[in-house]
Ligand binder design. Structure first.
Ligand code: GLU
Length: 311
């Protein structure tokens, strides 16, 4: 595993990249990883990797993801953490919340929630609270109907504001979101909050598709008495139709690029150009990009990837 030679002190906080091992990383993911590394290293933070493998695991994907990150020159501190080996931490957090009266069982199906939330008065994307105030009798009846419950947070607010380095103050919906799914798996929003705190991560840099999750996560951190990290939600990579970049958009993984004769260093160059940290064709390394890095100057608009022009 790569290690940074000059390891900052463990008390300086940490940034991270937390991929789900559901397939190969594409150029947009790699660009986000580079940004997370630049944000962390430029502020003297450790940089940690966490494999978010609670679901959607594809065999071999994790190994390829880590190899691709290393090929770009990213280094990270400490051992890579796997969420699937940390279930006890998540269950402990759920237990604490339950003892404080801050959870409840939810028996709703996805369809029931969809029907309820399509009502005109419901806030978009928010759980309507169907199971929040069931009587013990109603709960027992639902339990015996043979449906395992999910566990939801009994939230005491509808909105929460986070501060984001790139987006400023962002206020978003906080509903009674799921902490443990009805198949027993800890939910993403819980795991991410527990892990970031447990790993000493105080800087979260990730795609801006997750900006709307940040208020829920920051609220949950607050309820658990954990520190809310600094956030930077960075622009996504899009295809030429303006949709989120995907595998079907051509040569978008490092392996695809290499098959076309572009080395990992070339791909880093493409990413650097997209971040306005280098000129087209200029050879770059991560230390050089770190030297040039100024978050105030990074593009705020999505990166539209043109396969013919950009690679
Ligand atoms: N595992 C998530 C993803 O790959 C990222 C979670 C996060 O950065 O908070 O989309």
């Amino acid at each position: 595993m790569p290690h940074s030679g000059d390891r900052p002190d463990a008390t300086t906080g940490a940034g991270r990249f937390a991929p789900s091992p559901s397939g190969d990383l594409h150029l947009g993911n790699l660009r986000t990883a580079v940004l997370a590394w630049l944000f962390a290293r430029s502020t003297g933070r450790r940089f940690l990797l966490r494999v978010e493998d609670l679901d959607r695991v594809r065999p071999g994907a994790e190994q390829r993801q880590l190899a691709d990150l290393a090929a770009l020159g990213l280094d990270w501190d400490e051992q890579v953490v796997h969420q699937s080996r940390r279930i006890r931490l998540y269950e402990n957090a759920i237990d604490r919340l339950t003892r404080a009266g801050l959870t409840y069982e939810c028996f709703c199906t996805r369809r029931e929630i969809q029907q309820a939330t399509s009502a005109p008065h419901a806030p978009a994307g928010a759980y309507p609270g169907t199971c929040r105030d069931l009587t013990p009798e109603q709960r027992d009846a639902k339990r015996s109907a043979d449906r395992a419950p999910a566990i939801r947070l009994r939230s005491t607010t509808q909105w929460f504001t986070v501060h984001d380095v790139l987006h400023g103050d962002f206020t978003g919906v906080v509903d009674d979101f799921v902490l443990r799914r009805n198949d027993g798996t800890p939910a993403y929003n819980l795991a991410v909050v527990v892990d970031d705190a447990a790993q000493g991560i105080d800087q979260v840099v990730r795609g801006d598709d997750l900006l709307t999750s940040a208020p829920r996560q920051a609220y949950l951190a607050t309820v658990l008495g954990l520190e809310v990290p600094h956030y930077a939600h960075v622009p996504l990579a899009l295809n030429q139709e303006g949709k989120r970049l995907a595998k079907r958009d051509g040569a978008v993984t490092l392996a695809d690029q290499e098959a076309q004769g572009h080395s990992a260093a070339d791909v880093l160059g493409t990413i650097a150009v997209s971040l306005r940290l280098a000129d087209p064709g200029e050879p770059v390394t991560l230390p050089l990009l770190l030297d040039r890095w100024d978050p105030a100057r990074m593009p705020r608009e999505p990166w539209v990837f043109h396969p013919d022009r950009d690679a």
